[in-house]
Ligand binder design. Sequence first.
Ligand code: ZN
Length: 478
Amino acid sequence: MRIKISLITTLLLISGCSSFASKDTLPPASLIIKNGQVITMNDNKQLIENGVVVINNDTIIAVGDHSLLSQYDAQRIIDAQNGIVMPGMINTHNHLPMIAFRGLGEEGIENRLFAYFFPLESKKLSRELIYQATRLGAIDLAQSGVTTFADMYYHVDEMAKATKEVGLRAVLGETVIKFPVVDAKQPYGGLEYGQQFINDYKNDPLITPAFAPHAAYTVSKQKLQQINAISKKLNVPVLIHVGEFGNESARISDNPKQLSPVAWLHDIGVLDNRMVLAHAIHVDQADIDLIKQSGAGVAYNPMANAKGATGIAPAWEMYQQQLPMGLGTDGPMSSNQVDLWRTLSYAANMQRLKHNDRTIMIPEQVIELATIGGARALHMEDKIGSLEVGKKADIIIVETQSANMMPNYNPYATLVYQANPSNVSTTIVNGNIVMEQRQMTQVDSADVTKNIRAIEADIAEFAKELAKKAITSPSLMK
Ligand SMILES: [Zn+2]
């Protein structure tokens, strides 16, 4: 950066300008953020005190110290007021529209997925609900500093519309599964739906369209191979659940050797560098080797895995072996929060408990997972995940004035162990301010609230009845 700045200065001098160059000789910047503690997450994990980030349109054009301020003609300057300026966080695994159902089915229901959740979805899910719920979820994400999320759900065209309305970036995967669902009357209807969606959104600046085969045990070998071939041709990511449960090998049909789900995906030729594997809890070293060789990304969801009691992923092992890995929350019925703040401390603490070692997964590494690690997992590290020249301007400002943010000796530790969503003051995506001083700037929040209240009222009674029927948990039957 310094080289570039001195070059510009030299050029200005050569062209006859004095060091007091008039404003119109300076290069333009649409937005400058000043007076921040800048966490760059570049290769050296450089931290810049009293730092400045310069943006022009959708791109970061300079990152450095306060001397940058006099070198650009800025349309707008935001004073970060000593807050932390960092890359927007990346949630690598979600089912965002399920936010309409969060808080339901929390009565200790055994077999919650089949006894509660599937009946709820089959009765209440609709195109309209998916649109409204995604708007709510995207507001929640923006207000908590998540600028990109990866999602596996249905009616992804509605999700794309809602996400763009709020102004976030997303990888949206149309679910492909072996039974009929809300947007496909036929089994595997998502395959066709997904291709149409990819076609419609392949050049969108904010939306990366994708396929989302649900899992190896709910999608046939032949369909997984078909998805792999199409994803190669169209060059789109493939999001899939892998190793979430311990019994997946036995549930995969056409798996006579009882290979692990990772080994099976490799064996049938679909494990590749377009895949993003959600969970990867029940994986061994041989699986980790296969994932590493393939270049597939991993979404580590420690808080959802703890709540669902599905296990602790070997995330420390995968981190040390430099797998492309980021953090996810899973859907809002699995973790109830779509932001990453609590997930940050879970990410570290679960590994420390598992390994009985307090020295591992230090806050700097956790923030790496939440930013550039997430970008690598989604195969988007050339575009997002760090504050570096040439990257898209996805940036958040986290204030450090609130009591919970003081003192701030080590900003990584402050973020991982002290901060909460309300500390995020400003969220910028693709160079656009989507939230400023906690206020959404693009979407009509009042309209979202009105619609969500109506959905809530419609679901509440049905959900209560469903819970009564579904409760079979012995602990509650006593
Ligand atoms: Zn999931």
